[in-house]
Design a binder for this molecule. Structure first.
Ligand code: FHN
Length: 609
């Protein structure tokens, strides 16, 4: 049986999303084949990186001035890719710099916002794919100091403000793609006569090396240099950059998107919060406050303060760090809603700092429907996203005894009891209590926490979802699908799919804390040829038979703009009795095989009351 661990090495792009989608495939390839593989952590600066947990990412460039509009027409999609989306000629794009005058840029305000948000560092686009240097560079004339009326060097102002406020500072630098540089990767104009791909060397020597040198020489201590989209750039260039950075600033960290398998830590695919702890050493998730990285006037999908905190906790609970982006406008100001949500989420973080900074991951590889965990020494922090209806949480053996339980910032203690190996935390009702948007329960143990059983906990009180990504498979596969949606936001899902025979099976380990009846639902996708296929879900001697319904997707006619896996159905299958507690298994097998069968995203198991 193939046991699946969520390693991001096996990634399948299946999708072209809606708007801006034509670039999704191109962008996916640009992440580079070796950017998401295990890097053995060794750099001394990883200590602060893993303790700090939370950073501000900033996408700011000429595209911010356009805000998604070119010549009066709005191009909906990933804001900083406007030049490509609107097919803007290189000369016209470069000429637009004369209109860029971000007079409302205030480095001190930006740094104060990052601090209020609870972020410990700032990483800003020094040069994005557009090729425009947001700093004073001798290696190019296409810079904010030479080509705009603004003339100031905002990177210098930000570096100074960060140094004054004790915030770490770093640069994003697009080392491969340069759309306005004739020898740069993915140049969007006509290449000079006699051009060959080897001329990338010219671009690299004349622009990348001098500019990276400037960034690491003229702006004080640089915490991170964040490279992006290496694509198929030769690994020798990545290696040269590593040498350069190490020579100029040995304490500076490099992310894995430098390419070629280099880097000090792994940057996952955009907006990817792994549902299961990945085996990738030190890693980060990069995300946005809304959907697009850079400012786009139409993008109003702002994450709420609770969503921001929840995503931060989900990342650090899986062992990662979180970098959240803001896109300042062309005038240098920060969108009001970003200020509001970052400040409010920062208030929560400040009040729960001990459960965030310097913590370790959850001892459980996956989160729970009610929340997630972080740990520090013998303390365990339960971040309660959804207050349990029953007022009680159950946890399987933590490997040590609880000596005290309390809610952070709430004077009342929390009752707890033990039933065999099962810990019960009696939170009571939320009604009438002045609790924060994500209350945190602190458990102190009499020894280090240790969870040996990673089977999904079925606790009789709260719902649980068995994810495709952790299924063991025989005669079927677990694959990751990812696609970009409307404004640059990537979605990532795992599916059990490609069923090859009637004997195939997908199996999940479950740890049943309470025996009894459970209501089982299935989230799946189905192409037309698998409609009416029959399936059996079973645990021990108990089973439920079901059929796959109409999918709405016609693979042959290609009626759907996106890929099949984007369209899933959640159906209630029925009541399943699980008669015994402890380690059990739940299995799905086909009764007949039609096409490749269904794609299973998850099985939800709720107490039947
Ligand atoms: O193409 C870029 C994109 O514009 C943005 O900068 C993101 C941030 O991670 N990186 C690339 C796509 O992954």
């Amino acid at each position: 049986m193939k046991k699946r661990l969520l390693k991001s090495s096996l990634l399948a792009l299946t999708a072209l999303g809606l708007n801006g989608s034509v670039f999704a495939e191109e962008m996916d390839k640009m992440w580079g084949k070796k950017s998401q593989q295990l890097i053995k952590p060794s750099h001394q600066s990883l200590k602060w990186f893993t303790e700090d947990k939370y950073a501000m990412f900033i996408h700011w460039g000429l595209y911010s001035e356009m805000g998604g509009v070119w010549q009066g027409k709005t191009h909906y999609g990933i804001g900083e890719w406007l030049m490509v989306m609107a097919n803007i000629p290189v000369d016209a794009y470069k000429a637009s710099a004369s209109k860029f005058n971000p007079e409302n840029f205030d480095a001190k305000q930006l740094v104060r916002l990052a601090k209020a948000a609870g972020m410990k560092s700032i990483i800003i686009t020094a040069k994005h794919h557009e090729g425009f240097a947001m700093f004073d560079s001798k290696a190019s004339d296409f810079t904010i100091t030479k080509a705009t009326p603004f003339k100031r060097d905002p990177m210098k102002e930000l570096a100074d403000a960060c140094a004054a406020e004790g915030v770490r500072f770093g640069f994003y630098y697009s080392q491969n793609q340069d759309w306005t540089e004739p020898y740069g990767g993915q140049y969007k104009g006509e290449r000079p006569e006699g051009y060959t791909p080897k001329d990338f060397d010219v671009y690299f020597k004349n622009k990348v090396v001098p500019q990276v040198t400037e960034l690491l020489t003229n702006y004080g201590d640089i915490g991170i240099i964040w490279f992006d989209t290496p694509g198929n750039m030769d690994a020798k260039y990545s290696s040269q950059l590593v040498d350069l950075v190490t020579k100029l600033q040995p304490n500076c960290l490099i992310n894995s998107r430098i390419g070629g398998g280099y880097g000090d830590y792994v940057s996952l695919g955009d907006m990817h919060i792994p549902p299961v702890r990945p085996d990738l050493g030190v890693w980060e998730t990069v995300d946005t406050t809304n959907d697009s990285w850079s400012y786009a006037w139409y993008d109003q999908n702002w994450k709420s303060p609770k969503t921001i905190c929840k995503r931060l906790v989900q990342v650090i609970a899986r062992g990662g760090s979180y970098m959240l982006n803001v896109g300042p406008k062309g005038d240098g100001s920060i969108p009001e809603k970003a200020i509001e949500t970052l400040t409010a989420s920062g208030d929560w973080i400040e009040a729960h700092a001990e459960a965030v900074y310097g913590t370790e991951a959850s001892p459980f590889d996956q989160g729970f429907s009610w929340g997630d965990l972080t740990t520090k020494g013998n303390d365990v922090y339960l971040h309660v996203f959804e207050w349990p209806v029953a007022g009680t949480l159950r946890l399987a053996d933590l490997g040590a005894n609880v000596t005290s339980a309390s809610i952070l910032n709430d004077s009342s203690n929390v009752e707890f009891s033990k039933d065999g190996d099962v810990l019960e935390i009696h939170l009571g009702s939320r009604v009438g209590r002045d609790l924060s948007m994500i209350p945190v329960v602190k458990l102190t143990l009499d020894g280090p926490v240790k969870v040996t059983n990673q089977a999904k906990q079925i606790d009789g009180l709260t719902p649980a979802t068995l994810l495709a990504g952790v299924a063991s498979t025989e005669g079927c596969e677990v694959n990751e699908h990812r696609w970009m949606e409307k404004f640059g936001e990537w979605k990532h899902d795992y599916f059990v799919e490609k069923w090859t025979s009637k004997d195939a099976k997908a199996t999940w380990d479950i740890n049943v804390l309470e025996a009894g009846d459970y209501l089982v639902s299935l989230e799946y996708s189905c192409q037309n040829d698998a409609v009416n296929s029959e399936w059996v879900l079973s645990s021990g001697d108990e089973s439920i038979t079901f059929i796959a319904y109409e999918s709405g997707y016609d693979a042959k006619k290609k009626v759907q703009p996106g890929p099949p896996r984007q369209r899933t159905f959640k159906v209630t299958l029925g009541v399943l009795n699980i008669p015994k507690t402890g380690l059990n298994q739940l299995q799905i097998t086909p009764r007949n095989i039609i096409g490749e069968g269904i794609g299973i995203k998850g099985i939800s198991i709720e107490p039947y009351r």
